[in-house]
Ligand binder design. Structure first.
Ligand code: GDP
Length: 368
């Protein structure tokens, strides 16, 4: 007979089937006297927070609750996938609370990209998206760059209030929180707890601050726009940049096409000979071809010459969908969520970007 077991740490229902779903515990854990989920286990024994994600519904509930708090909200975005990781509705939910906007993964961008320019660009984009952050900062949670400055800025801005850290999955929120725990760790071991978020099935990580307030790591929401959903782990590694991107410049004539593995396609449809700069993973092969031959090439060589996807993930790989852009007078980036972007350096051109169905493709004023 089925019996529901709940985690003694956070109260979530225990399941033993899916490691990536909430409430997972290995079968062996069920024999213990006190049963806790993997997430609470790691937190308790390793002081480490794990990725969790909410359904869209639960996430809305969570955001709604934030508006009723008196707190500082720290919103983390992935600057490599700014739009895809933005959390569009946030400004409508935060109430009167201040939002500190943090752009993570700055280590991926070329050193030549001036940080101040990027910050100004983020401020402008935030405003266009309806959000007026109190401050905008950059960090590399993984490399540690900027993390301490952000910690002290958080402490200044919060002015005695609680802090909620929010973001999409994969923006590096756990990496950031884990670093903060390590930096200020000392004797937090006993203190970090999970607490239940009202109205949701999920819980938050609760890190005590000196003055009795707390820093809450809230569960993320899945970034549905990303490439990540269509490839296996190995292929994902290949398309996700791990270190400073070396941009690739292509001089193209009208009627030429670039393939990014088999993940995406970029056509120069009309315009004078122009230059295009690709900011994608250094490990991703870019293949140039003639536009008139492009379709045939894809049909015949997806999974081989045009890879990833490989032979296996190719089977369920969604068809590429076309997005058309006309660029008149502003230097622009065509962004493919989770893959990177192509800077169109010249004006008065028409281009098309193809990405798997469901993957976000957008145009923005160039950040370069
Ligand atoms: P979360 O889902 O927001 O908690 O994200 P994680 O902390 O699990 O990080 C997601 C992925 O991004 C992992 O592969 C990390 O290694 C990577 N990552 C996190 N922070 C950084 C960073 O500062 N730079 C780079 N290049 N990668 C990062």
């Amino acid at each position: 007979e089925e019996q529901t077991i709940t985690c003694a740490g956070c109260g979530v229902q225990i399941q033993t089937e899916d490691k990536n779903e909430t409430g997972y515990a290995p079968k062996s854990a069920l024999e213990r006297e006190v049963i806790i989920c993997q997430r609470c286990f790691r937190l308790k024994h390793y002081n480490e927070v794990q990725d969790v994600s909410l359904t869209d519904d639960d996430f809305l509930k969570l955001l709604n609750t934030l508006g009723h708090t008196d707190s500082l909200i720290v919103k983390v975005v992935d600057i490599f996938d700014f739009n895809g990781s933005w959390l569009p509705g946030l400004h409508r939910f935060v109430g009167n609370n201040d939002v500190l906007l943090v752009g993570n993964k700055v280590d991926l961008l070329p050193k030549s990209l001036k940080r101040n320019r990027l910050i100004n660009w983020m401020k402008k984009s935030a405003k266009e998206n309806g959000l007026k952050p109190v401050d905008v900062l950059l960090m590399s949670a993984e490399k540690g760059e900027g993390v301490l400055d952000i910690a002290s800025e958080i402490d200044r801005l919060r002015d005695g209030r609680d802090v909620y850290v929010v973001g999409c999955t994969n923006v590096g929120k756990s990496t950031f929180i884990n670093r903060i725990i390590k930096e200020f760790g000392g004797d937090t071991e006993q203190l970090i707890t999970t607490s239940h978020f009202p109205g949701t099935t999920l819980d938050m990580i609760d890190i005590p601050l000196d003055d009795g307030s707390a820093l809450y790591d809230t569960p993320g929401i899945i970034n549905h726009h990303q490439m990540a959903h269509f490839v296996d782990k190995k292929e994902l590694k290949q398309i996700t940049p791990k270190k400073e991107i070396k941009p690739m410049v292509f001089q193209l004539n009208e009627g030429q096409t670039l393939y990014f593995g088999g993940m995406a396609r970029f056509d120069f449809v009309a315009g004078e000979r122009s230059s295009f700069t690709c900011f994608t993973s250094n490990d991703l092969n870019i293949h140039r071809t003639k536009r008139e031959k492009a379709e045939e090439l894809y049909q015949n060589h997806l999974g081989e010459l045009l890879t990833p996807p490989g032979k296996e993930s190719m089977v369920d790989f969604p068809p590429l969908v076309k997005h058309e852009f006309t660029i008149k007078d502003i230097k622009s980036d065509i962004v493919i969520s989770g893959l990177g972007w192509i800077t169109v350096n010249d004006r008065n051109v028409k281009v098309e970007a193809y990405a798997p169905k469901g993957v976000g493709v957008s145009i923005r004023d160039s950040i370069i």
